[in-house]
Ligand binder design. Structure first.
Ligand code: 3HC
Length: 311
């Protein structure tokens, strides 16, 4: 890239200007955005599977309607994000293909199974809680379309987290069996939720450059710490125990000291060896194949309408 242009570009970033699709940008900036926004979008789409598993099994009609609304929101979040990625010159089909053949990732958290109804509470409380922690700062990201997508998405995320918190409260304050289920869900989702923020800063290959370009507003460890500090009091209020014996409040730091997740498990999961990776990608591949006739029909219909207009 032309050094002159690079300097001007970095000055724009540093002054907090938004970069828009038609502006000049370094190839690395474009590539990093396609990677991050594309994987963010994939996460929204794949993230519907663990929760979709419980729509037909929800304990009441009201819970079914709430879960249905949330899963539908996630599809919309995926749409906003694929739309933002397309402004960078990559098509949604290309991004989908790279998800389906494993060249692109989605959030590690969605490779864990949702075994009981209480998991719908833990996912809302922890996974959407973590997503809010990560997405709120991204509203100020330097790339215009991504920032605007984040603003819209964040408006819906708090409902996602609240409904999860409410499920956990209902069960934690319910029968002994219900409280046990809520505790079991917290035990299984705690460490995978910490992994959502990415590897520790010393192992984060992209953070430095992504922060210089304001594609990332905080480091992985900073957001993880904020998440723990916010979530531990919520678990305590629910009368549940965070599955970390080393957890303790550190007055000097003004935050909790806590045990790190098992990073070898994390790298294993993002390599494709998590509990549900095969199942998730198989589900997405099947949906893509089963939907081919719909895409073909729409394209044929559009071509017919175009031809009619020309005739
Ligand atoms: N799952 C899968 N891959 C992950 C990951 C995770 N939790 N955390 C990190 N990685 C990958 C990175 O993608 C990168 O691999 P790549 O080069 O092949 O892309 C590698 O691990 C190194 O990690 P870095 O920290 O260096 O990478 P990033 O700077 O990209 O940071 C991130 C990772 C914090 C996830 C960042 O990409 C980000 O903030 N993305 C936007 C937010 C996002 O995608 N959130 C995912 C959840 S969305 C969601 O939860 C939906 C909600 O509605 C439930």
């Amino acid at each position: 890239d032309d050094p002159e242009k690079l300097t001007t570009f970095q000055a724009r970033i540093d002054s907090g200007e938004k970069i828009e699709p038609k502006d000049w940008m370094p190839e690395g900036y474009r590539k990093t955005l396609i990677r991050q926004i594309g994987q963010h979008a994939h996460s929204e789409i794949v993230g519907q599977l663990p929760e979709g598993n419980w729509i037909t099994r929800a304990p009441t009609l009201e819970r079914k309607a709430i879960l249905l609304a949330k899963v539908q929101d996630e599809a919309g979040h995926g749409l906003y994000l694929y739309g933002a990625a397309e402004t960078l010159g990559v098509s949604r089909d290309e991004l989908t293909e790279m998800l389906l053949d494993g060249r692109m990732k989605y959030s590690s958290i969605f490779n864990y199974p949702t075994l009981t109804w209480a998991d719908m509470g833990a996912v809302g409380l922890l996974v959407d809680g973590a997503a809010i922690m990560n997405q709120v700062p991204l509203q100020r990201t330097s790339y215009g379309p991504y920032s605007r997508a984040m603003i819209r998405i964040c408006k819906e995320e708090s409902f996602h987290q609240r409904q999860g918190y409410h499920i956990m409260m209902k069960m934690a304050q319910g029968t002994t069996a219900q409280k046990k289920m809520a505790q079991d869900a917290l035990n299984r989702f705690w460490y995978p939720s910490l992994m959502m923020f990415g590897p520790s800063d010393k192992d984060s290959v992209h953070s430095a450059q992504s922060m210089a370009w304001k594609i990332k507003m905080n480091t992985n460890d900073e957001l993880r710490q904020k998440f723990v500090d916010q979530t531990v009091p919520q678990a305590e209020f629910l009368g549940l125990t965070v599955p970390d014996k080393t957890l303790r409040w550190n007055e000097d730091k003004g935050g909790y000291d806590f045990a790190e997740p098992d990073w070898s498990e994390f790298f294993d999961v993002i390599k494709g060896n998590g509990p549900c990776n095969t199942e998730r990608l198989a589900a997405r591949n099947k949906a893509w194949d089963d939907g081919a006739w719909v895409r073909d029909g729409l394209m044929a219909h559009a071509a017919k309408k175009r031809a009619a207009k020309l005739a």
